[in-house]
Design a protein around this ligand. Sequence first.
Ligand code: F3S
Length: 278
Amino acid sequence: MREVELAKTAGFCFGVKRAVELVYQEAEAGQKVCTYGPIIHNEEVVADLEKKGVRVIHKPEEENDGTVIIRSHGVSKDIYDAFENRGGNVVDATCPFVKKIHKIVKEQSSEGRKILVIGNPNHPEVEGIVGWSENGAVVIEDEKQAQEFSAGEDEKLCIVAQTTFNYKKFKELVEIISKKGYDILAVNTICNATEERQTEARKLSARVDAMIVIGGKTSSNSQKLYEICKNQCENTYFIQTVKDLPLDELENFQSLGITAGASTPNNIIQEVLLACRK
Ligand code: F3S
């Protein structure tokens, strides 16, 4: 009998799982539901929700009376208030780790610190974080921008990070800014869900004969997982769904490991697991 091991951290992180479950709960309760932006980057899940009547909106004005669900990335205070003021119901599925950043940014900016966010300025999570500052914020994401950064002479800073930012890079950028002599409060707000998934994948792929990584073709975190596993295990396969499983080839292996990228739904993971155990 072949041994098949599924990584505990395969698939959705805690925040995304919670957000997706909230959407299903609301939809099944028969509410008129929409999400502000797609709830996750997975077309199948978004299409399945659409069948259940869940629409995706892109502006608060697009929905006046139904339930609006804010996804795990969170939103700026302005957008949050716009939804609250419509009269409809708001279900806030912002990940608690992101919420914590909003709180820090709001408090520290109101106490006069200038907010510096280390992350991708075009990512919705970062746009949301910036929007909780009471006096604007600067976003930087690389060494050059950190070198070029300057603030007023007596200005105090508060530095936070996008939850998925690389820790090593965050530390490097904070070091560059620290050398400039400002009064700095740097809070490491990086979430370790991604790192834990990668670490577990690395260990699992090192002890199995073949490794399967499930994820979307364009998902960069899934691609990264594949590379990590391939480094440890030559027989690593990157698949989208159970249909891509190379069942004949897998016959040659005594032990299999399975992991999945951050936006891979549990039902797809379970289907693959089942097919591998047959
Ligand atoms: Fe996921 Fe929340 Fe971390 S959405 S990646 S658990 S910040």
